[in-house]
Design a protein around this ligand. Structure first.
Ligand code: RB5
Length: 143
């Protein structure tokens, strides 16, 4: 499994922590930047990560900005992407079970790193439920 990660400056520190956490889990990680705390535009990084997932270069993606909001909006504009903004472990579980989220977004300024790692783990360790949720996911993918 390959997971792509990306962030703007607001999510830079958290993105690096997520990258190292994933590597410790034995997962291959592709880091698409940003590479410093210098101010950059989150749509560029959300798009890059989403395109890596949509094209199959990565299986899943994690994006971070200050709140996770802007970068999740950017990622969700790419066809085939279902990026769930998660601020709790329950949201991480439900965005996999119900939305089959192939990306999650986290807020570097709003979510404690310890909680963020629990969110990442819950998302990775939860299975999509399928059934009625498959129909809804298909509807999303057709938009
Ligand atoms: C950057 O200052 C900030 O706007 C960005 O990281 C993010 O929070 C946008 O949604």
């Amino acid at each position: 499994m390959v997971i792509a990660v990306a962030s703007d400056h607001g999510g830079f520190e958290l993105k690096n922590k997520v990258r190292e956490h994933l590597r410790k889990r034995g997962i291959k990680v592709v880091d698409l930047g940003t590479d410093s705390e210098e101010s950059v535009d989150y749509p560029i990084y959300g798009k890059a990560c989403a395109e890596a997932v949509a094209s199959g270069k990565a299986d899943l993606g994690v994006v971070c900005c200050g709140t996770g909001i802007g970068i999740s909006i950017a990622a969700n504009k790419v066809k085939g992407i279902r990026c769930g903004l998660c601020t709790s472990v329950e949201m991480a579980e439900l965005t996999k079970k119900h939305n089959n989220a192939n990306m999650i977004a986290l807020g570097g300024r709003t979510t404690d790193p310890e909680l963020a790692m629990k969110i990442v783990d819950k998302w990775l360790d939860t299975e999509f439920e399928g059934g009625r949720h498959q129909r809804r996911v298909d509807m999303l993918d057709e938009m």
